[in-house]
Ligand binder design. Structure first.
Ligand code: SF4
Length: 318
């Protein structure tokens, strides 16, 4: 995960909740991809250290457990860069140019110059991140599947050219419940519609109080449709079945007003946040703990990466 800013509920539900389940099933490596953050944010690196620290605190606060998984920072394991270089010798440029996110992101981030070598080669670095651990599975969203396909192509090409070194990894897709931002659009830092893990209770309550609802429900006495209301999406995730049923019924008959409905939702969400806030505070008070976790994780990742790199170099006769 790129350390591109503070984490929000969308990140928690879209990735971290899934990672928490995976750490109980597989040997997992979770990497703070700070070099990847440079591929689009190379011109302004002022925030990067703070973002790395904040992300690690959040990972630990939501329940990633260093006893069960390995947490590390990409740039501390320089073997990733060496493998990236070796792969760059065998990856044809058209493979990278046809990557759909390459053009999409260039258009989306048109205020930045992304005609760089590093940005084009971003999926090659990603392949190195995955293959250096000989990963079998990579938890991704649908939009990342083309990158995994490229990683598979690179692994196959390497195995064919030199020696069967890499397993062919698979993307691990998970059904993620829909959690829109407070304005109903996708939750994103850039839309300013996100609820952050670090938001204190009054801020969260205020964000919920001003959330958009069913646009057709203009007055208190108008019946609403929870199926088109973002508040109801939150209820479906955080509220009890009894409350979900109540809202689903009473919204349609205008028995419940949006203010009360939102309050019910906030009352369901806040208790889920409290353990995260407590753990965050504990880690903020003891920053050495985060450093120790990262340093142990980096050591473990490095050992594995070094072993792989030896085998890779031997296969390439380098
Ligand atoms: S009552 Fe609740 S579900 Fe219905 S429109 Fe208002 S906020 Fe949305």
């Amino acid at each position: 995960m790129q350390p591109s800013g503070i984490l929000h509920l969308g990140n928690l539900l879209g990735a971290l909740e899934n990672w928490k389940r995976l750490q109980d099933q597989y040997e997992c490596y979770f990497c703070v991809a700070d070099w990847h953050a440079l591929s689009t944010n190379y011109a302004d690196t002022r925030q990067i250290q703070e973002n790395i620290r904040e992300m690690l605190i959040n990972w630990l606060a939501v329940g990633l457990d260093p006893q069960k998984c390995t947490l590390f920072i990409q740039s501390k394991v320089s073997e990733h860069a060496v493998l990236h270089l070796l792969f760059s010798m065998i990856v044809p440029i058209p493979w990278l140019e046809r990557n759909p996110t390459y053009k999409e992101q260039q258009q989306e981030l048109s205020n930045r110059d992304l005609s760089t070598y590093g940005f084009l080669g971003y999926p090659v670095l990603q392949a190195a991140d995955i293959l250096i651990y000989k990963a079998h599975y990579v938890p991704v969203g649908v939009d990342q599947l083309p990158h995994i396909e490229l990683t598979r192509e690179i692994a196959r090409r390497f195995n064919n050219l030199y020696k069967e070194v890499f397993p062919i990894p698979e993307g691990l897709l998970t059904e993620v419940p829909k959690l829109p931002g407070t304005d109903g659009r996708k939750m994103s830092k850039s839309y300013q519609n996100a609820i952050y893990l670090s938001d204190p209770e009054p801020v969260i309550r205020e964000k919920i109080r001003t959330m958009v609802t069913d646009p057709a429900r203009k007055r208190r006495q108008d019946p609403g449709n929870p199926d088109v209301c973002p508040v109801f999406d939150y209820h479906k995730i955080y509220s009890s079945q009894a409350v979900i049923d109540q809202v689903n019924r009473e919204c349609r008959t205008a028995e419940i007003g949006c203010i009360d409905c939102k309050k019910l939702m906030a009352d369901a969400l806040i208790p889920r946040m409290i353990p995260i806030w407590d753990k965050r505070q504990e880690l903020l008070d003891h920053p050495r703990r985060v450093e120790e976790v990262v340093s142990a994780g980096t050591e473990k990742a490095q050992k594995k990466a070094r072993e792989s790199l030896e085998e890779i170099k031997e296969a390439m006769k380098i």
